[in-house]
Design a protein around this ligand. Structure first.
Ligand code: NAP
Length: 342
């Protein structure tokens, strides 16, 4: 049994990861911005049927402050640094995301190093790999980095790329033997455990509630949250994983239209409002001139980004679920938990 610190226990990936660590027999400390959220995490762990829930301890720590991080890392073998701001809308200032993501990663690494932690696994993102390159046919791998000055780099994408760079720089300059591995997931789907679900699930929510009346010509890659959590845990202990990045994705990209059709065919009546029509790119471009919300989607229209999961499969024996399985699991969980009312 290892003692693992998971940052961001209230999060979609954070809560699933805690549940899977407990099921594997580990002891967990998790950080929350406010300890008032402890009952919410306990409820999510119960929904996930996590065993040994009394083996979780809670520490208050915010990525924007030094307070709490040394306490959180004390006596810990491994850190899974998952917390990072992931809002559903644009911040007024990009630094609202970049500063907590970057400085928070440094705080966590510093606390881990000072507590003699063996390895930190940091949740980065495909956002740090495959953006800002313009149209390309190539299949992205762990060797790629997002180009911060390129087209379509939103504040969130920037925050993930800058934070991952800062983490590798910290390890090189002041890591003193601390090991780092990054997991770079694409869009995370799969079952939600409560009402505070991640921004990635909003696509499924919008389809099921009929808010998305027509599917835009957008392609996404997916990974199931349970598989992303398992990959973090595999990367935590595998000797091969030290100093490595791993892309976390199910396989081929899937279009919003394919997602809507999958939901309709698998959920029947519950997905009756999922769009059957597609929205033409020219119309979305036109509407984006008056809708700031649509403006962000314009650089993504018609862009298909392919990436490879071969490294995680081959080095870590990872076998993820399909795109269809994870989007259907998200939809079923939203229905089951009664989360479709606004
Ligand atoms: P989420 O549910 O929004 O979780 C984000 C977590 O980060 C929450 O626990 C949140 O705490 C915490 N957090 C945010 N700002 C913080 C701060 N200043 N101090 C301390 N904690 C803070 O999103 P998620 O999908 O689980 O994301 C988890 C990780 O995966 C993030 O690093 C995200 O960038 C990465 N990721 C997500 C996706 C995706 O599609 N979902 C794809 C690739 C990578 P509160 O609950 O207090 O806000």
């Amino acid at each position: 049994m290892a003692h693992v610190l998971v940052t961001g226990g209230t999060g979609f990936l954070g809560s699933h990861t805690i549940a899977r660590l407990l099921a594997s027999g580990h002891k967990v400390t998790t950080t929350l911005r406010s300890l008032k959220r402890q009952p919410d995490v306990e409820k999510m762990l119960s929904k996930a049927d996590a065993p040994w829930r009394e083996r979780v301890s809670y520490v208050e720590a915010d990525l924007t402050s030094d307070a709490g991080w040394d306490q959180a890392a004390a006596g810990v073998d491994y850190v899974l640094h998952i917390a990072s701001p992931f809002p559903g809308s644009h911040p007024r200032d990009e630094n609202e995301l970049i500063i907590p993501a970057r400085d928070g990663a440094r705080r966590v690494l510093r606390a881990a190093r000072d507590a003699d932690v063996r390895r930190v696994v940091l949740t980065s993102s495909f956002a740090a790999v495959g953006y800002g390159h313009g149209p390309t046919d190539r299949v992205f791998s762990e060797a790629d980095w997002t180009s911060l000055d390129g087209p379509g780099v939103t504040p969130y994408i920037k925050s993930k790329a800058v934070a991952e760079r800062a983490a590798w720089d910290f390890i090189a300059a002041e890591g003193k033997g601390l090991e780092l591995t990054t997991i770079n997931p694409v869009g995370i789907f799969g079952p939600v455990l409560g009402p505070d679900y991640s921004s990635s699930i909003r696509i499924i929510h919008a389809m099921l509630t009929g808010t998305m009346r027509a599917a835009p010509p957008i392609w996404t890659n997916t990974v199931d949250v349970r598989d992303a959590a398992d990959l973090h845990i595999k990367a935590m202990t595998s000797p091969d994983a030290a100093g490595q990045r791993y892309l976390a994705l199910a396989g081929e990209p899937i279009s919003f239209q394919q997602i809507a059709l999958t939901l309709r065919s698998q959920l029947g009546e519950a997905a009756a409002k999922a769009p059957t029509r597609s929205a033409p790119a020219w119309l979305l471009r036109l509407l984006s001139t008056v809708s700031p919300q649509l403006r962000d989607t314009v650089p993504q229209l018609g862009v298909v980004r392919r990436a490879s999961n071969a490294k995680a499969r081959e080095q870590l024996g990872w076998a993820p679920r399909s795109n269809e399985e994870s989007v259907v699991a998200s939809a079923r969980s939203l229905v089951r938990l009664g989360l479709l009312a606004d």
